[in-house]
Design a protein around this ligand. Structure first.
Ligand code: ANZ
Ligand code: ZN
Length: 814
């Protein structure tokens, strides 16, 4: 008998599918669409390990399923090729990033093809190619023109190892997200994107997204919305006043001091001459500390009195103004009112510096952070604190309601080589003209950043450099590329200097899913009609590690592009599912350094791509981490062999001795159709496969008809496309199985054939038991006697007579 040899059939079908382009999305289709997207990978030198394809196979199953359900499916793949890792790798090996990137992409693609993933390769994109990054630059200019990009000297997070600035999102617990080195602060002039303009929309639109709860929660926390009030505290004997943000205006009668962040602008204005030296020393010390250190809740509080006092507007009392590093410069206004009775940090601080503690909400405990009945608060005594807070804000001219966000603007420039050049030049002459007010017709962006001129001729190509190592000076290596750096101002024709910083890793991935629609378009990021038909993405699959970074940045760009009327949708990814990590057999994370990486190539060469795919989907719930067990692949391989043998046996049988349809198996088939359909829709791939395995075992016992096994092959096809296609052909079909319609089930056939057996004793109903239709009197009796209720009623009584009505009731006369 012909044996199952995946190595023979898989290559063949991969070629055939590519030649016939059967997985290409249809242009100008009348069909409804589904856009099924994988987070595109960064093509690292290591190639794929078995962890990556878990998501790719999952989205592939879904894509096949929707194609067979009659949708026009877009399922593309590309490369997130710019960014630090490519550059670090190049630095290590001495080979230019463009060369290594190209090589790595080839390897990735070869591996993906081996797996038999049904990507539409005609739409492949690469973020590091000029034809692509031209449009990344174009979008940046849009943001610039909209006033969403601005220059600012900021103490940025600096990674001393990667020698570049990082966004807040790229710093995890004080460490560089890439290399784990502790970050420091460095004052550098930066391009910053105003993501905070969209804070409210980024938060409220989360509600309509079909995303995992945890991911939404993480974005919510990152955006960090707080409701409260802004309150002005006039500084005694001066023209200044200090604005604070508080979530608890109800506690204002208990505010016995103010604290400014050491970095606060007013410190040097209000400090008394007596306190000046001590204050300056403290500021110098605080500068060295990291934000994370400063935020540790129960550490020893330090601070210094400024010598100045402010007036508490609620009770007109003078309260001392301190500086302390537990107040952060970039949250709220970098200043707080200290309410020691109701805030633990303020309490610790007050104890240390012997400041008064006044309780304004009734409670037993020393520090009470909750709500309650107001005390020591003048006219507001006796009120509920929630209500009182609102009344206090209304009654004080110094206070107004306010909303505050933790979200900071996005630091967008990187001092690195391997990224998109920021397409701007700086012109001294134009700066002066702008400052003299001669250029009122200039766009908003230029007024915001005087002297910076947008380059309309795109792409601004990244120059080929010999020296692309980071400089460590806070400048990009491009700053040393004199020929490239010096250019002409497109406005006035005089000498201008290019921006030498590049964009961060995340720029290209903010919008790549738009370019897949129309990758050759030379006029627009994509045609309006295509955008209208395909977007937003229906289903997005990727790693949970992008919960904040990529997913938040992308949502921001999409909202800005919507406002610019370039696109007609406000959220990029309607449905998101994250993938559980695949761990090494030892339960550890797979990594080269641990030497525990398992390669898909080896597994596929040995067991076949289909066994590999089925195992990836079978090993456990899609979103749960799980360790790789090669044993498991042997199991899925056996399963496929069984399928193979069933079909070959069936084919070898004499056509005339057509099998009679087995009723139980027919029912099983309809059950498995239902199960697999529902499970794919719910991404429960593992239980879908378990059901198929069960069906195959039953088929071996009963024997299937041709029609039955054909329906089964259609269910199997999304998971194991090669074997399904091969067997489909062996059963005499010329067209691809993927052109078939997804099988339907008959709900009537699935209904369990059961009824409720009424059990009576002396004519009285004593129990009702679910039973299989058609059981005999003795079976019914046996069932009834098992019931505890009946046993209780019968206890040592003797059954004198039994009355049995088939499929209805049994009555014992005692
Ligand atoms: C007075 C007060 C009384 C406060 C009280 C809390 C409890 P969230 O919820 O995180 O927004 N705060 C404001 N700006 C700060 C800064 N730059 N650095 C450190 N802390 C700052 O927290 C808002 C609260 O954090 C504000 O409300 C303020 O303290 C503090 F019983 O004001 B509160
Ligand atoms: Zn100029």
């Amino acid at each position: 008998m012909e044996k199952y040899e995946p190595q023979k059939i898989e290559k063949k079908w991969q070629k055939e599918w590519a030649n016939k382009k059967i997985f290409q999305a249809e242009e100008n289709s009348k069909k409804p669409k589904k856009y099924i997207l994988d987070m595109f990978p960064y093509p690292s030198g290591a190639g794929l390990h078995v962890g990556h394809p878990r998501g790719y196979v999952g989205s592939d199953v879904i894509s096949h399923y929707f194609r067979m359900e009659g949708f026009n499916v877009l399922h593309p793949m590309g490369w997130d090729a710019f960014g630090l890792p490519a550059e670090n790798y190049a630095i290590k090996t001495g080979i230019h990033p463009s060369i290594t990137t190209k090589k790595n992409i080839e390897r990735f693609k070869e591996q993906m093809k081996m797996i038999g993933l049904s990507y539409d390769w005609s739409r492949e994109i690469n973020t590091s190619e000029p034809d692509y990054y031209k449009w990344t630059q174009w979008i940046f200019l849009k943001l610039f023109e909209m006033g969403l990009a601005y220059r600012k000297k900021l103490p940025i997070n600096w990674c001393p190892s990667c020698k570049t600035g990082l966004a807040n999102e790229e710093v995890v617990a004080g460490k560089c997200e890439r290399c784990g080195t502790e970050t420091t602060k460095k004052d550098v002039e930066q391009w910053v994107l105003k993501i905070t303009d969209y804070a409210e929309a980024l938060l409220s639109d989360l509600e309509n997204l079909n995303w995992p709860k945890e991911i939404k929660e993480m974005q919510k926390n990152w955006i960090g919305r707080s409701e409260g009030a802004d309150i002005q505290f006039p500084v005694s004997n001066s023209q200044f006043s200090i604005k604070v943000f508080t979530t608890r205006p109800d506690t204002i009668f208990g505010a016995t001091f103010l604290v400014l962040a050491p970095e606060h602008q007013l410190v040097k204005e209000i400090v008394s001459s007596k306190q000046k030296k001590e204050v300056e020393q403290y500021i110098a010390q605080a500068k060295k500390k990291l934000d994370v250190e400063r935020q540790i809740e129960n550490r020893d509080k330090t601070g210094v009195f400024t010598g100045a006092y402010a007036i508490n507007p609620a009770n007109k009392k003078a309260i001392p103004i301190y500086i302390a590093d537990y107040v952060l410069p970039y949250y709220g206004y970098g200043a707080i009112m200290g309410v020691p009775a109701h805030d633990q940090r303020d309490f610790d601080f007050a104890k240390k510096y012997h400041l008064p503690v006044i309780k304004v909400i009734a409670s037993e405990s020393e520090v009470y952070a909750g709500q309650g009945k107001m005390i020591n608060s003048g006219n507001f005594n006796g009120l509920d604190s929630k209500k009182a807070g609102k009344k206090i804000v209304k009654s004080l001219k110094e206070a107004k309601p306010a909303v505050n966000y933790k979200l900071r603007d996005w630091i967008f420039s990187r001092q690195r080589y391997w990224g998109e050049p920021i397409p701007l030049v700086f012109c001294e002459h134009c700066k002066k003209r702008i400052e003299r007010g001669e250029t009122k017709d200039f766009s908003k962006g230029e007024l915001l950043n005087p002297g910076w001129i947008a380059l309309k001729e795109l792409p601004v190509k990244l120059p080929e450099l010999e020296k692309y190592q980071p400089t460590g000076t806070g400048q990009s290596p491009l700053a040393a590329a004199t020929d490239w750096l010096e250019t002409k101002c497109p406005k006035c024709g005089r000498r201008a200097v290019r921006e030498s910083n590049t964009m961060p890793q995340w720029a290209g991935s903010c919008w790549y899913f738009i370019r897949y629609l129309d990758p050759q378009n030379r006029q627009e990021i994509a045609s309006k009609e295509k955008i209208k038909y395909w977007l937003p993405v229906d289903f997005y699959v990727g790693g949970a590690e992008h919960a904040v970074l990529h997913l938040l940045y992308s949502r921001f760009w999409i909202k800005a592009l919507y406002e610019a009327k370039i696109i007609n949708f406000q959220e990029p990814f309607l449905k998101l599912r994250t993938i559980g990590l695949i761990l090494a057999p030892d339960g550890q994370k797979m990594s080269k350094s641990r030497g525990n990486v398992i390669n898909p190539d080896e597994v596929i060469n040995k067991y076949g791509a289909d066994a590999f795919r089925v195992y990836e989907m079978f090993m456990g719930p899609f979103n749960q981490p799980i360790s790789w067990q090669t044993k498991g692949v042997i199991g899925t391989r056996r399963f496929l062999e069984k399928v193979w043998n069933i079909v070959i046996n069936l084919k070898n049988q004499n056509e005339n001795s057509k099998r009679k349809e087995n009723k139980d198996l027919k029912k099983k088939l309809h059950q498995v159709i239902k199960k697999v359909t529902e499970d794919i829709e719910a991404q429960k791939f593992n239980t879908a496969i378990a059901a198929m395995m069960e069906f195959v075992n039953e088929s071996q016992n009963f024997g299937t008809t041709k029609k039955q096994i054909e329906d089964f092959l259609k269910l199997l096809a999304p998971f194991a496309p090669h074997i399904a296609e091969e067997l489909w052909q062996k059963l005499g079909h010329r067209d691809s199985i993927f052109k078939e319609n997804w099988p339907e089930y008959d709900p009537k056939l699935i209904e369990e054939e059961s009824f409720v057996l009424v059990v009576q004793i002396n004519g009285k109903v004593r129990d009702q038991i679910k039973a299989k239709r058609g059981i005999s009197e003795s079976q019914a009796k046996e069932l009834a006697l098992k019931s505890e209720k009946i046993q209780k009623w019968l206890q040592d009584k003797e059954i004198k007579k039994t009355i049995f009505v088939k499929d209805k009731l049994i009555n014992f006369v005692v």
